[in-house]
Design a protein around this ligand. Structure first.
Ligand code: PAF
Length: 295
């Protein structure tokens, strides 16, 4: 594996089809699973590590975001990454830098409402990564379902010739969705946070049993997380991210809530197979992740 710092030197080292996994670093088993999945699909696997300042609407969240480049590079090398692209802020934002990418519609609800400016930061940095690295495919996780919808819309609108590969949510054995932010949860808060996935799985069971009404599904989740500081519980269309009253087409049941100092998001996406909603609960680790061990 080679560590690269500029777009140009990274591109020089390509052979065959190039897969990109953009990340904010501080890798956990979720990232590592995604690397393994993308490794199978491409000849050159590029992982980028860039804690993008423009997508953190809260400066305290940016400062507190965990960072450990050396550890990340070691883990990436163990998982077959060819190029570990870790640019500095100047490589990404230096120069004139007066252009931003703003995706409308799909960014309005949920995260868009609660984190003003967040999606402009995400779309702009991913457009820069796409233009600078020019991969054939890029992988994004379903955990950030709205981000995925935003980036699919941007890729299609701006005619980037890049295949977007979706990866499932990766969960601890007890259901907690993996997030680098989990290391900031105390043991007690971690127990409290479990209510989020529990509520989502209860709603998924209701769907399996035939429930289709959005308000019923949202109430199930809201009840489960009533002790948390909740930003939203929303059933929304998976492509437009607009609220929907019932489950008659692919949709996401999405949650954002604060537990102690940490804001967590999670969701279950309902894919449709033979006209029936099929909940994607993600994949479960057999053993607690390294994040749990770090807590
Ligand atoms: O999901 C993330 O980790 C980030 O938003 C991304 C896509 C790497 C852009 O900074």
């Amino acid at each position: 594996m080679e560590v690269t710092r500029t777009f140009a030197e990274t591109r020089e080292k390509y052979r065959g089809r190039v897969g990109l996994l953009p990340t904010l670093g501080f890798f956990h088993e979720g990232h590592l699973r995604l690397m393994d999945m993308l490794r199978e699909r491409c000849d050159t696997l590029v992982v980028s590590l860039f804690v993008n300042p423009t997508q953190f609407n809260d400066p305290a969240d940016f400062d507190a975001y965990p960072r450990d480049e050396e550890r990340d590079a070691g883990l990436a090398a163990e998982h077959g990454v060819d190029l570990f692209f870790a640019p500095d802020v100047d490589e990404v934002y230096g120069g004139v830098s007066v252009t931003t990418v703003e995706v409308s519609g799909v960014t309005v609800e949920m995260e868009g409402k609660h984190r003003p400016g967040h999606f402009v930061g995400v779309a702009t940095v991913v457009a820069k990564l796409f233009a600078g690295l020019r991969p054939d495919m890029a992988m994004f996780g379903r955990k950030d379902a709205q981000q995925l919808a935003v980036l699919k819309a941007m890729t299609s609108d701006l005619r980037f010739p890049i295949e977007i590969v979706e990866a499932p949510v990766v969960r601890e054995p007890d259901g907690l969705a993996l997030s680098s932010r989990n290391v900031r949860l105390s043991r007690e808060d971690r127990e409290v946070a479990l209510a989020i996935s529990r509520g989502l799985f209860q709603a998924a069971e209701q769907v399996d049993a035939g429930e289709r009404r959005g308000d019923r599904l949202e109430s199930t989740v809201s009840r489960a997380i009533r002790h948390l500081d909740v930003d939203y519980v929303q059933l929304a269309a998976v492509d437009t991210m607009q609220p929907v009253p019932d489950l008659s087409a692919p949709a996401v049941l999405a949650v954002a809530a604060r537990v102690g100092p940490v804001r967590l998001i999670d969701n279950v996406i309902f894919d449709f197979v033979d006209d029936k909603p099929v909940p994607d609960r993600g994949i479960f680790l057999d053993e607690p992740s390294s994040l749990t061990r770090l807590q």
